[in-house]
Design a protein around this ligand. Structure first.
Ligand code: PMP
Length: 353
C-alpha cells in the first residue's frame, strides 16, 4: 500500500544527469563549467556567514540590484529564484493557462513538459527545421505562450534576435520566455529587447557560465509587471527561495564580469578546437553556441559510444530522439579533458574499423 495522491501518481520523477560516485570520471554529461567560480565569492560568503541567524531578504534586493547593474536595467526588472528550473516553473504557473497550448520545439529542454504538467497546461511541440534550428514562422499560430532555450538544448543551435522579435510581435498578447541558460558562450542576449516588449521574459542561470550549479541560483529579466507576477506566484509557494549564502555569492559573482568573460572565452576557444577534432574523426557536429556540442557518428551507435566512453572514465549523454537519433551531447570541459576524449574516441573508432 502506498499513500500517493492521484496527482503524485501522474508525476514522473526527473532524474538529473548522472553524478556517479564509483570512480573518478571526466564529467562531460551535465553542462557544468570546468573552471572554478570567481574567487570573489569566498569573501562574500565569509561575510554573510555572520548573518545566517537572520532570515534572508525575501526580495533578494541586493542580488537583484547587482544583476540589474550589470544588465543596465532597473532592479524592478529582475526576479531571483532557486535555480532557473524554479524560475521557469514559476513562469509556467504565472503566464500559461489551461485553455491554449504553450508552444516549444519538439527537441528541447526536457523539463518544459514537466512544468506544464504541474499546472495542467496543454503543450504543442513545433518541429525543428531541417538544420535542427527554430523557424519563427513555424510558431505563427494561436497559442497560450511560447518558450524555448536560446541556444537550444540539447542541440546548441542559436536563434537570431531578428527572429525573436518576429515571435514577440506575433505573440504580442502572450508571454514569450527565452531561456538563456547557455547565452554566454557566443550568442546575443534578447535582454536588450525588454524595454520594447512587455511580453518578453528572459530566464538565466548561474549554473553554467558562472560555475555555480551547486548554489542553485537563477533569475528572470522582464518588465516590472512580469516580475510582479513571478513574485505573486513565489510568495504563494515560499517567501524565501534564495538563501543568504547563495544570494551573497551570486551578487559577488555577477559583478566579476572580467573573470567570467575570460572563462567563457576559454570554453568557446576549446569548443572550436574540439569541434574540429570531432569532424576530423568523421562526426557530424551541429553548429553550437553553447558550452556543449551535439554530434553523431555515421558508423557507430551513440549508445555504444556512450557505454565505451563511460567504461574509459568519460561521461557524456546520448539521445535517441524520434527525429534526432544517434546523437551524443558532450559538455565542453578543459582543453585537457577534450584532448583525452578525442584520443579515446579515435582509439574506439579504430577498433571498429
Ligand atoms: N534551462 C536549460 C535549457 C537547461 O539546460 C538547464 C540545466 N539543466 C536549466 C534551464 C536549469 O538550470 P538550473 O536549474 O541549474 O539553473
Amino acid at each position: 500500500m502506498d499513500f500517493l495522491s492521484k496527482r503524485a501518481r501522474r508525476m514522473t520523477p526527473y532524474t538529473a544527469g548522472e553524478q556517479p560516485k564509483d570512480m573518478r570520471y571526466i564529467k562531460l554529461n551535465t553542462n557544468e563549467n570546468p573552471y572554478p567560480p570567481s574567487p570573489r565569492i569566498r569573501e562574500a560568503i565569509a561575510q554573510e556567514t555572520d548573518r545566517l541567524p537572520l532570515y534572508p531578504d525575501p526580495d533578494a534586493t541586493a542580488l537583484c540590484a547587482a544583476i540589474a547593474a550589470v544588465e543596465g536595467l532597473d532592479a524592478g526588472c529582475v526576479f531571483c529564484g532557486n535555480g532557473s528550473d524554479e524560475v521557469l516553473s514559476f513562469a509556467f504557473c504565472a503566464f500559461f493557462d489551461d485553455e491554449q497550448p504553450v508552444l516549444f520545439p519538439d527537441v528541447t529542454y526536457s523539463f518544459y513538459p514537466v512544468f506544464a504538467g504541474f499546472y495542467n497546461i496543454p503543450v504543442q511541440t513545433v518541429p525543428l527545421n531541417e538544420r535542427f534550428g527554430i523557424d519563427a514562422a513555424d510558431y505563427f499560430r494561436p497559442a497560450g505562450g511560447v518558450i524555448f532555450p536560446n541556444p537550444n538544448a540539447p542541440t546548441g543551435v542559436y536563434l537570431d534576435i531578428a527572429s525573436i522579435r518576429k515571435l514577440l510581435d506575433y505573440h504580442k498578447d502572450r508571454v514569450v520566455v527565452v531561456d538563456e541558460a547557455y547565452i554566454a558562450f557566443g550568442g546575443r542576449s534578447a535582454a536588450p529587447l525588454i524595454q520594447d516588449y512587455p511580453n518578453l521574459l528572459v530566464v538565466r542561470t548561474f549554473s553554467k557560465s558562472h560555475a555555480l550549479a551547486g548554489m542553485r541560483i537563477g533569475y528572470a529579466l522582464g518588465q516590472p509587471h512580469l516580475i510582479a507576477a513571478l513574485l505573486r506566484v513565489k510568495n504563494a509557494f515560499n517567501s524565501y527561495p534564495v538563501d543568504r549564502l547563495a544570494a551573497a555569492a551570486a551578487a559577488a559573482a555577477v559583478a566579476d564580469v572580467p573573470y567570467y568573460t575570460e572563462t567563457a572565452g576559454k570554453i568557446v576557444a576549446t569548443r572550436g578546437r574540439f569541434v574540429s577534432g570531432l569532424r576530423a574523426l568523421g562526426f557530424t557536429v551541429l553548429p553550437s553556441l553553447a558550452n556543449f556540442v551535439f554530434a553523431a557518428h555515421p558508423g557507430v551507435p551513440a549508445s555504444d559510444l556512450f557505454a565505451r566512453l563511460r567504461a574509459a572514465g568519460i561521461l557524456v549523454r546520448y539521445f535517441d530522439l524520434p527525429r534526432i537519433s544517434n546523437y551524443l551531447r558532450i559538455t565542453v570541459g578543459t582543453d585537457e579533458d577534450m584532448d583525452r576524449l578525442l584520443d579515446v574516441l579515435a582509439a574506439l573508432l579504430q577498433q571498429k574499423a
